[in-house]
Design a protein. Sequence first.
Length: 265
Amino acid sequence: MKKVFSDEDLIKNLSLYYLNRHLKKKPIEKYHRTIDESPLHDREKYKKKSEILLLNSFMHHFPEVKFENLTCESPDFIAKFNDKKIGIELTEVINHLEMKKVESNLNKMFRQAEILLEQEDTTKYRGVYFLEFHPNIKFDHLEEQQENVLSIYKSIKKNKAVGCVKSVRKSFHRRNVFITHEYSMNLFDELCSEKILELIEKKNEKFPYYDTSVDECWLVIVSDMNSIASRYTFIQDKEHLEEVKSPFHKIFHLENLCGNITSIK
């Protein structure tokens, strides 16, 4: 069976996070090796590696937490903390649902352009490229996607914006070509507290099915700030989160760029 994600893809996924100076590389590398040695399917390994990366900032706030089971399902991880067995359920809150599909299409185009550049000359083009696009570009139109891939390819090759690309910024990368969306933050990009509360309610319904051998079960809600679909500037009506009712022993909201954490329960 053909692998859904290659080893190279996984290296690239991890390498992008290495650009963040606050990344705790050693435990991440150790946890990724443990996941690699598990009997999980490649797709599940990729999912688990991505999840543990999202918890990087969480590990800075709770350095005493030691993960013991990285491949369980309900909850996602089991760890040891203060002589207690802690179940950690991880979930991502999507702030821009309409951007989720756009981002998926963008990532497919990025990968196609990366392959073209690497086939031509990996050494010459290796680096991380942050691309900004002109507004109103239709990334979901199949007939335009190939044209957009060529615009991305030419922009990087010529080191100047071409076609749908508005700007290109390059950062050092010692292995491969990695293309991602330029990070931009709207000062009024709010995350509605209702979205967080709805997410907690959904997880509450699944709580009875979680591993009962743990002493406590924590819910960690993450805003993946490296994703355009998950970014936010501030939480609207944050005080509403104080009203939450849940069987989870602790609930946190975490953003993985600066590592800000909010204790909800």
